[in-house]
Design a protein around this ligand. Structure first.
Ligand code: 5GP
Ligand code: MN
Length: 336
């Protein structure tokens, strides 16, 4: 492990740096990564953001986005950058399996590895860790890292602020999850003062749908929503054929699970989708209900208590049945 003084010393001259984040990056993954990127390049570091996979168009506008390298599309270049890196920042994930094949390249690299994250149960692969499960977003921790640990508040410029605001806004579900503390609002205020245009960021992320995406959402809500009142649980499932029919692209399924959770009294919601090679589950819950426990125990996944995900190699129907069969185990928590 490295202490803060040693990390500061390392960062005191230009370094070759890779910033990476989790598979299918969300707003916090991209916002925290590009926020840190825009901070580092001001100091002459040679920084590159490498994402394990592609990410939705509604996130592909942040400052620095044009320089992001998608691993699956640039395998050799990514491998070379990871091998040459002196420092690798791992943002918004804490287990190397979350970055797919890129994970083994990062593990093999001799770079100093810095983890900035807010998920439970970190894997021990890092040399410096800024980790807090109470943070509403990794972008909040990147802000804290830059401002309080590295003492560089003056380097939180408009670009840094825009990215970090996006991360905090998306991971706090627009400032409405319980971890949106007064401190989070103070950081948001600082970011707006530093140049983040809050209303415009919200528009770019949430008012940026194609007509097809809304049609798909309509199909999910009208034809695919199943409410299990006995368990205060709602689920939406879609198969490969439906994804093709509606020309669903990366990001189109994002947030659909929240509609299922918005039904009065519902404590647990699931969105189950049949991808090419596996079935992916997104769970959301209210209050104390541990959605992450179900994902970890049954679906090779994890996440936060109220927002978690996992996968299965079973068939779509098999996964739906398995999910329903798990509910009696949690009935007490679900109906209280
Ligand atoms: P989503 O449902 O949006 O894909 O993911 C919700 C949350 O669960 C995110 O915080 C994400 O990091 C986490 N998550 C999603 N899929 C997985 C997974 O396969 N493994 C783990 N450990 N976490 C996941
Ligand atoms: Mn996050």
């Amino acid at each position: 492990m490295l202490d803060l003084a040693a990390l500061k010393n390392l960062l005191s001259q230009p370094r070759k740096i890779v910033i990476t984040t989790h598979h299918k990056p969300d707003g916090d993954a991209m916002g925290s990564s590009l926020g840190l990127y825009n901070y580092l390049i001001q100091q002459g570091h040679h920084a590159n953001v490498i994402t394990p996979t592609d990410y939705p168009d509604f996130l592909a506008w942040m400052p620095g986005n044009e320089n992001v390298i998608i691993f699956t599309e640039h395998l050799d270049k990514s491998a070379a950058l990871v091998a040459e890196a002196e420092i690798i920042f791992c943002l918004d994930f804490n287990a190397l399996s979350r970055i797919n094949e890129l994970g083994e390249l990062v593990r093999a690299s001799s770079a100093v590895k810095v983890m900035i994250d807010h998920h439970l149960e970190p894997e021990d692969f890092d040399d410096y860790r800024h980790w807090d499960i109470n943070a509403c977003a990794s972008a909040q921790l990147v802000y804290d890292f830059i401002v309080n640990q590295l003492q560089h508040k003056e380097l939180v410029n408009k670009d840094v602020a825009t990215c970090l605001y996006t991360g905090i806004m998306t991971d706090s579900a627009s400032f409405r999850l319980p971890n949106t503390t007064p401190a989070v609002h103070r950081i948001a205020a600082d970011l707006i003062e530093a140049g983040a245009v809050n209303w415009h960021i919200h528009e770019l992320v949430y008012s940026n749908s194609s007509e097809g995406r809304l049609n798909f959402l309509g199909h999910c809500l009208k034809d695919k929503l199943e409410v299990l009142y006995e368990y205060n649980t709602a689920l939406i499932s879609v198969n490969k054929k439906e994804l093709e029919e509606y020309d669903v692209i990366t990001g189109d399924t994002e947030g659909i699970v929240n509609y299922a959770l918005s039904i009065t009294g519902i404590k647990l919601a699931a969105f189950i989708v049949e991808r090419t090679d596996k079935v992916k589950l997104s769970l959301r819950s209210r209050g104390e209900f541990p959605a992450n426990e179900i994902c970890k125990k049954y679906f090779n996944g994890g996440g936060h208590r109220n927002a978690a995900g996992g996968t299965s190699t079973d068939s779509l129907d098999g996964v739906i049945n398995q999910f329903k069969q798990i509910l009696p185990e949690y009935k007490k928590l679900l109906i209280q």
